[in-house]
Design a protein around this ligand. Structure first.
Ligand code: ATP
Length: 362
């Protein structure tokens, strides 16, 4: 068993920055757990603390029920890959990958076979006799990954391990890692800036902000029902539309339009309450003719997304003037810039947040 339990964990750097601020988190044995959050929210510090590379200033870290808070990194049975993959420059790729196996006293033929098998899985087969200085950044990153995963630890800790790879290699490495993790059942914590990666790979994910966790859930839960406007604005390759709204009996006034108040929200809002209307661009449709439940605006930008386009509509805003609502449209249905459009949200996909604290209604 290698579940990871963090209890009231605190890491305060000299100078008073609380990078991890009293964080409680349990990651189940064998789980693939992604950590997301804006730059500086404490993801790397949290990972380094689990690894034992940072001395925490409060709380406890348990791995498989054992308190490892005071243990050196080598005594924690974890493998790490960080952005700055430190390969041994004087060793070949083969010897780099086999190094942790040598430390574990695995025989030479066996560890070389293991190194070669792992290298193959990460498309490094032809590079085994090279030294790190003779590799590209992406190849070095994959070699570091291979070295980490070859020795089958209890826990993998990854900090942006695929950041230097191009789209195709990234996808390959993702598949390899996910399969390996699943086959071996290794508990994995994965820090990434790439939301698609977190959504695709993780069993559960957490969104962090200022040293704390704002939401934990499956990718689907976090994507479909962000718990706050903070998470809503952070998750999604195109940000969620967030517009000021006011409840008016059983309707909602938003951007010059009156919509039915979502039925589920009804019992939870006061008449006249200020709210935030939220809908993903993917859950809105663009109409050329007036629609009673459409938010009317003028097409300001049309961005090609490969399959379909993202249309930005300028809509009437509050005191600060015009606002933008984004809608995805299928290929071939792109509107003219400057034309009028009505953005209609699928009613079952609309979420409402409280204006004062940004928390989800209902
Ligand atoms: P990014 O996504 O940009 O890598 P992150 O979420 O991983 O960011 P951390 O690197 O953990 O964030 O940093 C969290 C906070 O701690 C930041 O405010 C950062 O400036 C601060 N910090 C990090 N390392 C140190 C240090 N050695 N000394 C003082 N402050 C630090």
């Amino acid at each position: 068993m290698a579940d990871i339990e963090l209890r009231r964990l605190v890491k305060e750097y000299p100078g008073g920055v609380r990078a991890v601020d009293g964080l409680d988190l349990t990651i189940a044995d064998g789980e693939f757990f992604a950590l997301l959050g804006p730059s500086g929210c404490g993801k790397t510090t949290l990972l380094r603390s689990i690894a034992g590379l940072e001395t925490v200033t409060g709380g406890h870290i348990l791995i498989g029920g054992r308190d490892v808070t005071g243990l050196a990194p080598g005594a924690r049975d974890i493998a790490m890959v960080f952005q700055d993959y430190a390969l041994f420059p004087h060793m070949t790729v083969r010897d780099n990958i086999a190094y942790p196996l040598r430390i574990r006293k695995m025989g030479r033929p066996e560890r070389h076979a293991k190194a070669e098998e792992t290298a193959e899985g990460l498309s490094l087969g032809g590079l085994l006799d090279r030294r790190p200085g003779q590799l590209s950044g992406g190849q070095q990153q994959r070699a570091a990954l291979a070295r980490a995963v070859a020795c089958h630890p209890k826990v993998f800790l990854f900090d942006e391990p695929l950041s230097n790879l191009d789209a195709r290699l990234r996808l390959e490495a993702r598949t390899f890692l996910k399969r390996l993790q699943r086959d071996l059942g290794v508990t994995t914590v994965f820090v990434t800036h790439d939301q698609a990666e977190a959504l695709a790979m993780s069993d559960r994910m957490a969104v962090m902000d200022a040293g704390r966790i704002r939401q934990i859930g499956t990718p689907t839960e976090v994507f479909q029902r962000p718990a706050s406007t903070f998470v809503a604005s952070f998750i999604g390759s195109t940000p969620m539309n967030l517009l000021d709204a006011v409840a008016d009996r059983d309707t909602l006034r938003v951007a010059g339009t009156t919509l039915p108040l979502p039925a589920a929200a009804g019992p939870h809002v006061r008449d006249g309450e200020k709210l935030v209307f939220a809908a993903r661009p993917e859950y809105m449709t663009l109409h050329r003719e007036a629609e009673p439940t459409g938010i009317e605006g003028v097409v300001a930008i049309v961005e090609n997304m490969g399959v379909g386009s993202l249309v930005s509509l300028e809509v009437p805003g509050g005191a600060d003037g015009a606002r933008i609502v984004q809608v995805t449209v299928p290929e071939g249905q792109e509107p003219e810039i400057g034309s009028r459009g009505w953005a209609v949200a699928a009613p079952e996909r609309v979420l409402l947040y409280r204006h004062d604290d940004g928390e989800l209604v209902g």
